[in-house]
Design a protein around this ligand. Structure first.
Ligand code: GBH
Length: 457
């Protein structure tokens, strides 16, 4: 019987993102991102919530780092806000903004916690949205690279784990889509599907230029990764025919074939291009080489997946819709499907042909209906059940020999859940927003025990 024991060097962590936790939206020279503008508009977020204050992490970072130390994590993934570093998106660097991350990183290191910095987690500078429509323009990729150079040349002495961009499909396909519900910032409905694909194409070019910029600016050897949220195709049963069907479905399942495929293999998936026809993005000469940069690691954000089975139709596979009765966490898209962690990692190795690329689960977690009880505790058994199953699936990937090197829970804190505002709570720490009081939930204590014993407890 397995004890779900992880290897000694498996890395345990927690993740957050700048706009979701920092607050201090107007402080020390920061200017608006598209999320400030979007959330301030009527009816764009639930209850009109914005990230203006969020978890006030900008001021409370020291106590948050203490919380991480109490949890026992040695690795923390956070993101850097472009508009703190270059408030107008391009041009002058705001040293006061850089100083915040310097303070944060120094505090982390004093507590023995290694920083893993994501350079972009959806908070595009509003100035660039106004100037040229941000991701609708190729200029965004150049401006991103200049921003990356500004960050890495200043913080590269303290941060050696870099992640370029978080979940390209979300801020492009959901930010510009014709029918996203709820939409993401900037919430501009573009005219055609081709234009949507063009925004994600610009973002993968930005990733490539960003990789080059990190290598050029880092004063020391460093690790570079992309963070993707693959749509994970899971065979309905582990038989050769259903596994083949899941592999065949992978490139055409949502945006995989236009993001993970070009980044990891140097080409858009032919199956996707055929499906897109005239909606495929315009790819300029040299783009695919730029996009296909050497990577040191790949971050996968996996929360759920899609069941696939072999079918007697021209494609040979069928993606199965979930039924209303299928178990779900507290988000409309968050089905209980722990096997997705295993298959996500295995697909990178096998289906995408990158067996040696180190993989990290850079986000995994769930929203649950948390409440503080009379004893002042949050007994979030639902979250513990979800995390336990998901970590077991991650363990299976390690046991089967796939190069899964670490796991970051989403999220350290309850936070601003984008269009859902503060209504949905993904944290292992409860935040009472009016007082900013932090209360570790039962899942926090459970995860701390996993980390202590290096196994699923
Ligand atoms: C992550 O994305 C984000 O990185 C993080 O910031 C966020 O807080 C966390 O999820 C929790 O939501 O609306 O039906 O089109 C998770 C992956 C992929 C989940 C896109 C929502 C949209 C489904 N997301 N998906 S739908």
């Amino acid at each position: 019987m397995t004890s779900y024991q992880f290897p000694e060097n498996f890395l345990w962590g927690a993740a957050t993102a700048s706009y979701q936790i920092e607050g201090a939206a107007k402080e020390d020279g920061r200017k608006p991102s598209v999320w400030d503008t979007f959330s301030a508009k009527r009816g764009r977020t639930l209850n009109g919530d914005t990230g203006a204050i969020a978890c006030d992490h900008y001021h409370l970072y020291e106590s948050d780092v203490k919380l991480m130390a109490a949890l026992g994590i040695k690795h923390y993934r956070f993101s850097i806000a472009w508009t703190r570093i270059i408030p107008d998106g391009r041009g002058a660097v705001n040293e006061a903004g850089v100083d915040f991350y310097r303070r944060l990183v120094d505090c982390l290191r004093e507590h023995g916690i290694t920083p893993h910095a994501t350079l972009f987690h959806w908070d595009s500078p509003q100035a660039l949205e106004d100037r040229y429509g941000s991701w609708r323009s190729r200029e965004m990729a150049q401006d991103f690279a200049a921003y990356v150079t500004a960050v890495v040349s200043r913080l590269g002495d303290r941060i050696t784990h870099w992640m370029t961009i978080n979940e390209i499909s979300c801020f492009t396909h959901l930010g510009y889509a014709v029918n996203a519900d709820p939409p993401h910032a900037p919430g501009t409905r573009v005219k055609s599907r081709k234009e949507v694909w063009q925004t994600s194409h610009h973002a993968i070019v930005a990733h490539g230029l960003g990789c080059q910029a990190i290598r050029a600016a880092s004063p020391v050897p460093c690790s570079i990764a992309l963070v993707d949220n693959p749509a994970v195709t899971v065979p309905i049963a582990e038989s050769p025919e259903h596994i083949a069907a899941a592999q065949k479905a992978l490139p055409t399942c949502w945006a995989n074939g236009g993001i993970l495929y070009p980044v990891l293999t140097g080409a858009y998936s032919p199956a996707l291009l055929e499906q897109l026809g005239h909606d495929a993005p315009t790819i300029q000469a040299g783009d695919l080489d730029t996009i296909h940069q050497p990577l040191d690691a790949l971050g996968l954000n996996i929360y759920t997946g899609t069941y696939v089975r072999a079918a007697d139709n021209p494609s040979g596979y069928e993606c199965l819709d979930f039924r209303d009765s299928y178990p779900r966490l507290n988000m409309p898209w968050l089905w209980m499907l722990p096997e997705a962690l295993y298959w996500g990692v295995r697909h990178v190795s096998e289906t995408l042909g990158r067996p040696d690329l180190p993989v990290f689960i850079t986000e995994n977690g769930c929203a649950a209906q948390d409440t503080v009880d009379a004893q002042g505790e949050v007994i979030d058994l639902e979250r513990i059940a979800y995390l336990r199953q998901n970590l077991k699936a991650a363990h299976r990937a390690v046991e089967d020999g796939y190069p899964l090197h670490g796991y970051f829970v989403w999220s350290l804190l309850d936070n601003f859940e984008w269009a859902w505002g503060y209504d949905r709570r993904f944290g292992i720490t409860y935040i009472d927003y009016p007082t900013q009081q932090r209360t570790p939930k039962a899942s926090f204590h459970w995860y701390a025990e996993c980390i202590r014993q290096k196994r699923v407890v």
